[in-house]
Design a protein around this ligand. Structure first.
Ligand code: FAD
Ligand code: NAP
Length: 343
C-alpha cells in the first residue's frame, strides 16, 4: 500500500525551507509501488493534467512560490547494486531515491573512480540526470550508462541510453520533453577501476597539498572536494538555499571580447567556440554580493546562491532573483537563466 497524505506542508521536503502545501503527496518506496500509485482511487482524476504533477527528490533544486495544487510524488526508492564488472570498469545500478552522496561514498570506499569530484552535491540519484549535475570539472553524464524511468502518461517503462538522454550543460531530456511526465526509478553508472584523478579544476590540487597527499585516491579527492564545498557553500540545514540559482551564461566570442575589453579581470572559460562567464562574477559586479532584504538575500561568500534567512516565502526569493536578472541585463546585456526549478 502506497503512503499518501492530503494537504501536507512541503516545508520538510525542500532545502530552501519555504512553506507550501501539496494537495496530494505520495511516497514512492519501490518501483512496484507505481502499480499502487496508478491504482490509487482518484489518482487518474488528481493527475489528469500532467502539469499538476511533480516528482520530488530531496527538494534541493526547487523553489515553491505557491501551494502545489496537484500530485507530488516523493521519491524514496533505495538500493545500490554492483550489476557487472570487468578488469577496468564496474557497472553500478542505484535506486533513484538514494542520496547522491551515499552513492559517492559507496564508490570511493571501493576505489571506484568517476564521481569523486561530485562529492557532497545534495539530492537524490534520480535527480542527477535531470539537470546533469556537475561540479569540479565532472558531470553526471560522464558516467551514466542508462536511465530507467516510467512514463506516467503513457504508463510504460522507458530505458534511455546515455546518448538518448539529451545531456547538456545542466540540461537533459528530463528537464524538457519528459519534464513532469516520467519518474526516474534507477540510474546505471559505469565507474572505472583504473586510477584517473581529475584535478585540473581550481582548488582541488591546493586542497590535496594542504592535506599532504601527492597521489590521491578517489576517497582523498572526494574528501578534498567536500572540504572545499563545506568552506564555501551554505549548509541548507542552517541556511535555506538551493545551490546556484542561475546557470553560468555561455556567450559567443564577439560578446566575450567586448566584455573583456571593458572588464580585463573577467575570468571566462572557453567551451568550443563559446565562452562560459561566471554568473557569480556578473552578480557581484552588479552589486548584489552579501545583499540582504528582510529574510532573503545573496549569500555573502557566493552571490550565485540566494538564501532564506528564515521565514522567507518563495515569492520573495523569486522577486529578488528577478531584480538580479534585470540589473545584470541592464549592466552587461546578459540574461541569467534560472537553474532552480520554480513551481
Ligand atoms: P529535487 O530538487 O527534488 O528535484 C529537482 C528536479 O528534478 C525537479 O524538476 C524534479 O521534478 C526532478 N526530479 C527529481 N527526482 C526525479 C525523478 N526521480 N524522476 C524524474 N524527475 C525527478 N547541483 C549541481 O549540479 N552541482 C552542484 O555542485 C550543486 N551544488 C549544490 C549545493 C547546494 C548547497 C544545494 C542546496 C544544491 C546544489 N545543487 C547542485 C543543486 C541540487 O543539489 C541538484 O540539482 C540535485 O540533483 C537535486 O536533487 P533533488 O533530489 O533534491 O531534486
Ligand atoms: P568557482 O570554482 O569559483 O568557479 C566559478 C565558475 O567558473 C564555476 O561556476 C565554473 O563553472 C567555472 N570554472 C572554474 N574553473 C573552471 C575550469 N577549470 N574549467 C571550466 N570552468 C571552470 O565555483 P564555485 O562556485 O566555487 O563552485 C565550484 C564547483 O561546484 C563548480 O563546478 C560549480 O558548478 C559547482 N557548484 C554548483 C552548484 C549548483 O547548485 N549548481 C552550487 C555550488 C557549487 P561550472 O559551474 O561549469 O563548473
Amino acid at each position: 500500500m502506497i503512503r499518501y497524505q492530503r494537504n501536507t506542508s512541503l516545508l520538510p521536503y525542500n532545502t530552501f525551507g519555504v512553506d507550501a502545501e501539496a494537495s496530494h503527496l505520495f511516497f514512492l518506496e519501490s518501483p512496484a509501488g507505481l502499480t499502487d500509485l496508478l491504482d490509487f482511487p482518484g489518482f487518474r482524476k488528481m493527475s489528469d493534467d500532467m502539469s499538476n504533477l511533480l516528482v520530488l527528490g530531496q527538494g534541493s533544486n526547487i523553489l515553491f512560490t505557491d501551494d502545489f495544487h496537484g500530485v507530488v510524488i516523493r521519491n524514496e526508492i533505495t538500493g545500490i547494486n554492483k550489476a557487472d564488472e570487468d578488469e577496468s570498469s564496474v557497472i553500478v545500478e542505484a535506486g533513484s531515491g538514494v542520496t547522491w552522496n551515499d552513492l559517492v561514498d559507496f564508490a570511493v570506499n571501493r576505489g571506484w573512480w568517476g564521481i569523486e569530484n561530485l562529492a557532497l552535491i545534495p539530492g537524490t540519484v534520480g535527480a542527477a540526470p535531470v539537470q546533469n549535475i556537475g561540479a569540479y570539472g565532472v558531470e553526471a553524464a560522464d558516467v551514466i550508462l542508462r536511465v530507467n524511468a516510467f512514463h506516467l502518461e503513457k504508463k510504460e517503462w522507458l530505458v534511455l541510453e546515455n546518448n538518448e538522454c539529451g545531456f547538456g550543460y545542466r540540461d537533459s531530456i528530463f528537464k524538457r520533453e519528459l519534464r513532469n511526465k516520467s519518474i526516474i526509478c534507477s540510474v546505471v553508472f559505469r565507474l572505472s577501476k583504473k586510477v584517473r584523478p581529475m584535478l585540473d579544476y581550481s582548488g582541488i590540487r591546493e586542497e590535496l597539498e594542504r592535506m599532504n597527499i601527492s597521489e590521491p585516491s578517489a576517497r582523498d579527492i572526494s574528501s578534498a572536494v567536500a572540504s572545499i564545498r563545506r568552506s564555501k557553500l551554505p549548509d541548507p540545514e542552517t541556511l535555506g538555499n538551493a545551490g546556484s540559482f542561475f546557470k553560468n551564461p555561455v556567450v559567443a566570442e564577439p560578446e566575450y571580447r567586448s566584455l573583456v575589453t571593458k572588464y580585463p579581470h573577467l575570468k571566462a572559460h572557453r567551451q568550443g567556440d563559446f565562452f562560459k562567464i561566471p554568473a557569480a562574477w556578473l552578480i557581484e559586479l552588479a552589486g548584489w554580493k552579501g545583499y540582504r532584504a528582510g529574510s532573503t538575500g545573496c549569500y555573502e561568500k557566493q552571490p550565485l546562491i540566494l538564501v532564506n534567512y528564515g521565514g522567507a516565502t518563495g515569492r520573495q526569493v523569486l522577486a529578488l532573483s528577478e531584480k538580479i536578472q534585470e540589473s545584470v541585463v541592464a549592466l552587461f546585456g546578459i540574461y541569467l537563466e534560472r537553474e532552480v526549478n520554480v513551481f
